[in-house]
Design a protein around this ligand. Structure first.
Ligand SMILES: [Zn+2]
Length: 316
């Protein structure tokens, strides 16, 4: 255990650990939600083990011995076997910080901003992240057993069912207000110091406004909706490769409403943009993303996008 780059003290390997090797076993007393809330200040020492049940130290003096000091990471190397046994999800080198994802153990209402620093960082970690299809896929076999069981029930499949009901169609004239309003969310991440939210938004609004006034033939604006309610949009156009001059599709703008986040709307829009490109006869699609927009980057990477060039900038 030593100072962590993520938060407070962290757990580190002192030698190589093989995949599936047991790394830590959580100890403590089993309490329900009411008892947990009534405990003295032992925050962050408990782990949920079942519907409404937690394993936790109950005396301040037991805290050190009961904590496993594994920090949360959105790209963890530990998973859960059963409810209290933590195992390596992959081979781990000596000196690596040992982390697990709270999505593997938690089912509650809370949410916090995440600063884990991994390329896959979700930006915001919630007690309902275990429902995210991509995490269910990535951590399969490493969720706390009570969550794994819930995933097999129909209730847990509901968000996917909702995402499956998302339809993508070309934008209509009366989508203009929705599209311009949703574009205002495009600056809601850690912007570089030399950029202001208003310039980001007005740049995007300029492109979208021009599209509604006079749609260019080599561009398309697609809107995702469910039950006739719009959930997001993508602006896709064609571009020419700088090096070999062949045409490709290019995602210019992608935005999803706050309510639709985590429902697979962004992925549905990207797939629709790819389909638009295929119909144009191109075999590649590109997009630009701000370096600090972790949430968007992790979505793109999950969908098979790779970084290519990096644009550097400097005030002179
Ligand atoms: Zn994170």
């Amino acid at each position: 255990m030593r100072e962590s780059l993520i938060h407070g003290r962290g757990l580190f390997s002192v030698g190589p650990i093989a995949r599936d090797e047991i790394v830590a076993v959580k100890g403590g007393a089993i309490v329900d939600r009411e008892e947990l809330v009534a405990l003295p200040d032992l925050r962050a020492a408990e782990i949920q083990v079942a519907e409404g049940l937690y394993i936790t130290p109950t005396e301040p003096g037991d805290r050190e011995g009961s904590m496993i000091f594994s920090n949360h990471s959105c790209d963890p190397n530990l998973g859960v076997l059963g409810q209290i046994v933590f195992v390596a999800m992959r081979d781990i080198a000596s000196g690596e910080e040992l982390t697990h994802d709270w999505a593997m153990t938690d089912d509650d209402e809370g949410a916090i901003d995440c600063r884990c620093g991994s390329a896959r960082c979700r930006g915001r970690v919630t007690g309902q992240d275990w429902r995210r299809p991509e995490l269910q896929e990535r951590y399969r076999g490493y969720f706390s057993s009570y969550l794994a069981r819930k995933m097999r029930t129909s209730a847990a499949r509901a968000p996917q069912a909702r995402a499956a009901a998302v339809a993508v169609r070309p934008a209509r004239r009366d989508d203009r207000a929705f599209v311009l309003e949703t574009a205002r969310r495009l600056a809601s991440f850690d912007l570089p110091a030399w950029r202001t939210p208003s310039e980001i938004v007005s740049g995007e609004v300029r492109t979208l406004d021009a599209f509604f006034r006079n749609p260019p033939p080599e561009a398309s604006l697609l809107v995702a909706e469910a039950d006739s309610a719009p959930l997001g949009f993508v602006f896709v156009e064609t571009g020419r490769d700088y090096f070999h001059m062949r045409e490709h599709a290019h995602i210019g703008i992608l935005a999803v409403t706050g309510e639709a986040e985590g429902l697979g709307v962004g992925a549905a829009l990207i797939r629709a943009a790819e389909e638009w490109g295929r119909k144009k006869g191109v075999t590649r699609i590109t997009l630009n993303v701000f370096d600090g927009n972790r949430r968007a980057r992790s979505l793109y990477e999950r969908l098979g996008y790779f970084p290519e060039t990096l644009r550097y900038t400097k005030g002179i």
